[in-house]
Design a protein around this ligand. Structure first.
Ligand SMILES: O=C(O)CCC(=O)C(=O)O
Length: 296
């Protein structure tokens, strides 16, 4: 894979951990992103259904998405160009986390956008306020993008790691952030976020990015048929236009792929625990000998 960071040390950390935290933006830039959100907040919040996490995409309003994407890129691209190379941008979104003790986001991986692991895709996650354990901080399982290959499709698919989710949840590393800091998060690393126990929604901006040159894909699985998953070739602008069921309106259907569901084998997970450099000797020992890895 061509490096996406200009700085070799950042690239090495990203390769190893699956994320990197950076101080990139000024108070003024964060204020601009907040001010732009204020008048469109209502439209975003109208999109809240049962989910406690929702984004500009859920408004289903392509004009709004185009405006959001334009302003976010105007604000952030100078820093992005300073830090990254061999990249292309996808679209940007506001990502809003509601509040309450049910607002924890459980471990998951994001959608597949590129041919992994030859190429990578990632979010620049830019919270617009401080985040900590009470305000929806991001939590990442360091190095988990290396456990095994997964294809992540729309609308939903059984998650191969599901039976390990309690174990995974206890291994997540919390990442506190101050305004101006952001997290570059590999889409294939396992991550979640803390509940937001403040009285206000927690707002972040995300800019989707990936390796370049690389074709960008979107996988859509109609009627749960994992033998005929639709594979669409996408431009960044195609991400503005989706049908209510999640099928792209503009992407080009280039293939059908089959991806039969197979839960992650316990031995694969155990091997990763044995070999991963982030877990301590004691953690490995406890995981491998003292505590059940799977949960019902
Ligand atoms: O903002 C959050 O709470 C979670 C973010 C996330 O899961 C993502 O950016 O993929």
């Amino acid at each position: 894979m061509l490096p996406v960071f200009k700085d070799k040390k950042l690239q090495a950390k990203f390769d190893s951990d699956g994320y990197v935290k950076l101080q990139l933006f000024s108070a003024q830039q964060i204020a601009t992103l907040r001010n732009f959100y204020a008048p469109i907040q209502q439209e975003h919040e109208a999109a809240i259904r049962e989910e406690s996490l929702y984004s500009s995409v859920e408004t289903g309003n392509a004009d709004l998405l185009i405006r959001v994407d334009k302003i976010v890129k105007e604000v952030v691209m100078e820093q992005v160009e300073n830090v990254f190379q061999n990249y292309q941008t996808l679209i940007s979104n506001y990502l809003i986390k509601g509040n309450g003790d049910k607002s924890e986001l459980f471990p998951h991986q994001d959608l597949t956008f590129v041919n992994e692991p030859e190429q990578c895709s990632f979010n620049l996650w830019i919270p617009l306020q401080k985040t900590d354990k009470n305000s929806g901080q991001l939590r990442v399982l360091k190095g988990s993008h290396k456990i095994q290959y997964t294809l992540r499709v729309v609308p939903t698919y059984q998650w191969p790691f599901q039976k390990f989710s309690n174990t995974l949840r206890n291994l997540l590393t919390p990442i506190d952030t101050e305004p101006g800091e952001c997290v570059v998060l590999n889409h294939s690393v396992i991550h979640g976020s803390a509940p937001n126990l403040t009285s206000q929604p927690r707002v972040a901006v995300i800019l989707g990015m990936c390796s370049a040159p690389a074709p960008v894909y979107y996988y859509y699985m109609p009627n749960g048929d994992n033998m005929r998953i639709e594979k669409y070739l996408m431009t960044a602008e195609d991400y503005y236009y989706f049908l209510p069921d999640g099928r792209p309106q503009k992407g080009k259907l280039v293939d059908h792929v089959s991806y039969p569901f197979e839960p992650t084998h316990e031995e694969i997970f155990r091997n990763w625990i044995r070999q991963d450099s982030h877990l301590s000797f004691w953690q490995k020992n406890k995981l491998l000998h003292l505590q059940p890895l799977t949960s019902k």
